[in-house]
Design a protein around this ligand. Structure first.
Ligand SMILES: CC(=O)SCCNC(=O)CCNC(=O)[C@H](O)C(C)(C)COP(=O)(O)OP(=O)(O)OC[C@H]1O[C@@H](n2cnc3c(N)ncnc32)[C@H](O)[C@@H]1OP(=O)(O)O
Length: 407
């Protein structure tokens, strides 16, 4: 089949089974078709889903979810959440994904949709070529159970209670909303997003228990357990799915609750790169840390995107931006931030102070990757002394971003 024998079309609600069939095969979940259809149904937005068609069948699919993410200084801000990208095994490396990406990103630009796209990548090498930058990392902590806290950790007076899912949901949703309003990187969640994130089908459990819920007035945790035994005794595992605490006492109480579950050897919790967890422990080494790439972002319309967040300090620079895949972003832009952190981005013809790419600005967008670090890697080039330092400071947020929801 020649590369130009493909056509691109929007999907409809009737395409859900065939869409899911492509996803099931692409993600090697051949035995879980019914579960995947059920999972996809919770979030499917057919009007924002795209198929690449060959011989009347879907050779590749992808969709955009209407989502939001907390950005510095502005709270929840709309983003297009790109997900369910898959290409049939016998149509790979013929440009099907490239067609999907072009349809999505050019379509968002032309329709004036969200100025930012975001995704989690199955493989880290895929999306840079389409202008995505790595905006957040996350840390998987593996903590030895029963590890004591440092003296003086304040647990407060409120108890952590284990409750059934039905009782938990109305308690945890307002806590999450409060958290997501202010924690940079946190995704806003609607009904379908909750259903998808808390799916309890066998393939989501991966051999572990159904979700358990523990609540505190200012926090909650949803987690799974797996029993196990070693020659040294009980060696079960707790794997946290979703954990939010809005006060230090709730944070410490919930961690203590998890660490003290009997018959458990290890507790696994994902957190941001500045997760305070190890600061609670008498032996910080009891928490092993593994770092992974998290949320990738794409500035679809660079000028609107850069104005959608607040900045930490005033700056006035001319940026020379490279962007092959979305050429309307390429060229010179004057980027000014006034003293209240509000940005203005306008076309400019002056000599540039800094050269960069829109992918690297996306990496810096949430304050997760410093502009100065990108410069140290040779990905941002300074032409006017001091401008990298000024930009770098302006892009920082109070804390590094944390996005812990794979969608
Ligand atoms: C947001 C999400 O949903 S992430 C999930 C992505 N999906 C998966 O991982 C499921 C399994 N994989 C697949 O379905 C496919 O292999 C895809 C979607 C990753 C790639 O689809 P393809 O149609 O083969 O990609 P396409 O032919 O357009 O390739 C475009 C470029 O990306 C490169 N590329 C594609 N896949 C990969 C990969 N996995 N790793 C590194 N490079 C890749 C190609 O080599 C090509 O490079 P070039 O422009 O230099 O020639």
């Amino acid at each position: 089949m020649a590369n130009d024998d493909y056509s691109v079309r929007k999907l409809t609600a009737d395409d859900l089974p065939e869409f899911s069939r492509v996803i099931v095969k692409a993600f090697l979940s051949d035995d879980d078709f019914d579960s995947v259809v059920e999972a996809e149904r919770t979030v499917f937005e057919p009007e924002r889903a795209t198929g690449v068609v060959a011989d009347g069948r879907l050779a590749g699919v992808g969709q955009i979810l209407t989502r939001s993410v907390c950005v510095p200084g502005r709270g929840q801000t709309p983003v297009g959440g790109v997900t369910s990208v898959g290409v049939a095994v016998d149509h790979r490396r013929r440009g099907v994904l490239t067609r999907l990406m072009r349809e999505q990103l050019h379509g968002m630009h032309e329709s004036g949709a969200e100025p930012i796209a975001a995704l989690w990548a199955s493989e880290a090498a895929i999306y840079g070529r389409f202008g995505y930058g790595l905006a957040t990392d996350y840390i998987r902590h593996e903590i030895t159970a029963k590890t004591p806290f440092r003296p003086g950790v304040d647990l407060g007076d409120d108890r952590v209670r284990e409750v059934a899912r039905d009782e938990a949901m109305p308690l945890i949703r307002p806590i999450y909303d409060r958290y997501a309003a202010g924690r940079v990187g946190a995704m806003g969640r609607g009904d379908g997003n909750w259903d998808y994130h808390y799916l309890d089908l066998p393939y989501a459990r991966r051999g572990m228990s159904s979700l358990r819920f523990a609540v505190h007035p200012d926090g909650y945790v949803a987690y799974r357990v797996r029993g196990g035994w070693s020659d040294r005794g009980p060696d079960g595992r707790v794997v946290v799915r979703d954990f939010v605490a809005t006060t230090p006492q709730a944070y410490a109480s919930i961690i203590r609750h998890l660490l003290d579950i009997d018959l458990v050897g290890q507790v696994e919790i994902n957190g941001g790169v500045d997760e305070p967890l190890a600061l609670l422990l008498q032996t910080p080494r009891a928490a092993l840390c593994h770092r992974f790439d998290g949320l990738y972002m794409r500035l679809v319309d660079l000028d609107r995107a850069l104005c959608a967040r607040g900045y930490a300090s005033a700056v006035d620079v001319v940026l020379d931006v490279a962007d092959e895949f979305c050429p309307w972003n390429a060229g010179r832009w004057r980027f000014t931030v006034d003293t209240d952190g509000t940005a203005e981005v306008t076309r400019d013809t002056g000599s540039p102070d800094v050269s960069t790419s829109s992918a690297d600005l996306a990496a810096a967008f949430l304050g997760g990757t410093r502009i100065a670090t990108l410069a140290a890697a040779g990905r941002v080039r300074e032409h006017t002394p001091g401008t990298v330092a000024a930009l770098s400071t302006a892009f920082l947020a109070e804390r590094p971003p944390a996005c812990l929801e794979v969608f």
